[in-house]
Design a protein around this ligand. Structure first.
Ligand SMILES: [Zn+2]
Length: 303
């Protein structure tokens, strides 16, 4: 009996060690080497890291959660635009207040939970005029809770964070946006490019004068998620073609996950890649019960 118990203990210990090793896999690879070339801005909150990618353009990165989500603060002469509010695990509004004293409006790349987590803290929020956006603005709990699985957290959650109560809080949209709208922040204009596909309300933001394209979740280096019920693959291809047509006029891509400064030459490569996938020319690998189509620097994660 005792021996059995010992054996049982040994199995438990091994499997818990195994799951710890698994947990550490993505976490162990951090920091990503791309960050060493960027200008880091010191802030007080250890949950976030801030980098100034271009003058008055800040990446606000959350490296302690698997999504490695990146929100951007884009500052004009009159006000700031916050492109996404992150996980809502710590307080992005406090970070933003430390970077600029100007009033700040929120625009979302799309309304998945990991991009709208702190929307509720802001009084001026732009939203795409879609039913998907309206549904997301009502808040939700399941997606937020799933982000806290032990293998999705790297390091410590913020002191005082209440994991049991964690949910995406409802938020209020004060202005409705449409494809082609321009948002003027004073000396800087951001054009809204509708890029439905990942979600119906996905957008990219174009700062034409400075050659910046904020791509949201339509493109980043890493596995691009194209498996949820709200994803539309035909729309995604068309949206990527729209973005790829801009590539030669751009200096840098600023995506919403993993790394905040990427070469625009990836955009036409993504179009070629997704077309190859859709023609059935690429063999997928099995990843988490899904199909992953792997290319150089990025992949598509699909049903
Ligand atoms: Zn998303």
């Amino acid at each position: 009996m005792k021996r059995l118990k010992t054996l049982f203990l040994a199995i438990c210990l091994t499997s818990s060690l195994a799951s710890q090793a698994q947990q550490a896999e993505w976490c162990k690879k951090l920091p990503r080497s791309a960050y060493s070339k960027l200008e880091r801005v010191p802030i007080a909150d250890p949950w976030f890291e801030v980098y100034e990618i271009r003058p008055r353009v800040f990446a606000i990165y959350e490296p302690h959660q698997l999504e490695e989500v990146i929100s951007y603060l884009i500052i004009g002469d009159d006000r700031g635009l916050l492109f996404d509010t992150g996980m809502g695990i710590s307080n992005i509004q406090a970070v933003v207040a430390g970077l600029s004293k100007l009033p700040v409006s929120v625009v979302n790349s799309h309304t998945h939970n990991d991009h709208v987590g702190d929307n509720w803290r802001f009084s001026d929020v732009y939203g795409m005029d879609t039913d998907f956006t309206r549904a997301s603005a009502r808040g939700s709990r399941a997606d937020a809770q799933a982000e806290l699985a032990p293998d999705e957290i790297c390091g410590a959650l913020p002191a005082g964070f209440d994991a049991k109560a964690y949910a995406t809080k409802p938020f209020h949209i004060t202005h409705w946006l449409h494809d082609g709208d321009k948002i003027d922040v004073g000396g800087r204009s951001l054009k809204v490019i509708g890029t439905p596909g990942h979600t119906p309300d996905a957008i990219a933001l174009l700062d034409e004068k400075n050659g910046l394209l904020f791509t949201g979740d339509s493109f980043y280096l890493g596995p691009i998620y194209l498996y949820r019920p709200e994803t539309d693959l035909d729309a995604y291809v068309a949206s990527m073609q729209k973005l790829a047509a801009l590539a030669t006029h751009l200096q840098v891509l600023l995506p919403s996950h993993n790394t905040p400064a990427v070469d625009p030459s990836y955009l036409p490569k993504v179009v070629a890649a997704i077309q190859q996938v859709r023609r059935g020319e690429v063999k997928p690998v099995a990843t988490d019960g899904k199909h992953e189509y792997v290319f150089d620097g990025f992949s598509f994660l699909m049903q």
